[in-house]
Ligand binder design. Structure first.
Ligand SMILES: *[C@@H]1O[C@H](CO)[C@@H](O)[C@H](O)[C@H]1NC(C)=O
Ligand SMILES: *[C@@H]1O[C@H](CO)[C@@H](O)[C@H](O)[C@H]1NC(C)=O
Ligand SMILES: *[C@@H]1O[C@H](CO)[C@@H](O)[C@H](O)[C@H]1NC(C)=O
Length: 218
């Protein structure tokens, strides 16, 4: 009888201890969100009220007074998180003020954990509308009386624009749809947790690591 108890204890120990030592989703690090239909926040992200170890450094989100989920990017650019794709490691953002074109000049992604697709868009200030409205996007929030602003991908031949009623404002390393739709899609190369997510596993910091190493666990 005592042998059986010992056997059972060893079995229980083997069953439960490895799970615990692998760091099953930690206390206080449960899935969370700013509102019921808001994006689910979990590692590598955490909400600002959750303990630091719940997220990867630089992946803190907060809830604003409208219960929107906010990502702050350098320098002081606050964007709303619409969706987080944990498998493909992409975050979908939009500007709550509906004019991302005024925010992007301040944005410096090289100081963040996030990257955008390699692209180039030129903004033009035009006193007449484009004859071919298929070219690019109108950016209504930058328009002024008698002038409209167009965002056009730099792969188009732009000479015809400059010879016309348009002046070039500036070029930005973002897709033209960013300006047209007020949406910004970024990805994060590090930490690599998409493989864990794909397998239906959780991802987290390794216990006691000082180098912010991550691993998959059940
Ligand atoms: C935000 O969420 C809290 C708690 O669920 C709720 O009481 C409050 O009314 C919400 N605020 C808005 C602006 O939706
Ligand atoms: C962004 O930050 C990097 C690193 O601090 C700096 O070298 C670069 O000049 C900045 N770029 C812009 C556009 O401010
Ligand atoms: C477009 O040009 C007009 C006339 O020079 C100017 O008043 C307006 O501020 C310009 N708009 C932008 C966004 O540069």
């Amino acid at each position: 009888m005592q042998g059986r108890v010992l056997e059972m204890s060893i079995l229980l120990f083997l069953v439960f201890f490895p799970l615990r030592s692998l760091g099953h989703r930690l206390e206080g690090c449960e899935d969370s969100s700013c509102k019921s239909d808001g994006p689910i926040v979990h590692f590598p992200f955490r909400l600002s009220h959750q303990p630091k170890h719940c997220g990867y450094p630089g992946f803190e989100l907060h809830c604003n007074n409208k219960n929107d989920t906010i990502l702050e990017l350098p320098s002081s650019v606050h964007l709303v998180v619409e969706k987080i794709d944990y498998v493909s490691q992409q975050i979908h953002l939009y500007d709550p003020d509906q004019c991302i074109a005024t925010k992007l000049p301040k944005l410096n992604l090289s100081q963040s954990n996030f990257r955008n697709a390699d692209d180039l868009t030129v903004l033009f200030n035009c006193s007449e509308p484009f004859t071919d409205s298929n070219d690019g996007y109108l950016v209504p929030c930058l328009g002024s009386s008698g002038y409209q602003v167009h965002a056009v991908t730099s792969t188009l031949s732009l000479d015809f624009l400059l010879s016309g009623p348009c002046t070039k404002i500036h070029q930005y390393p973002y897709t033209e749809s960013t300006f047209g739709e007020n949406k910004l899609q970024l990805n994060w190369p590090v930490p690599l947790c998409g493989n864990c997510e794909f397998k239906g596993m959780d991802c987290g910091l390794k216990d006691g690591t000082k180098l912010s190493e991550t691993h998959c666990f059940n």
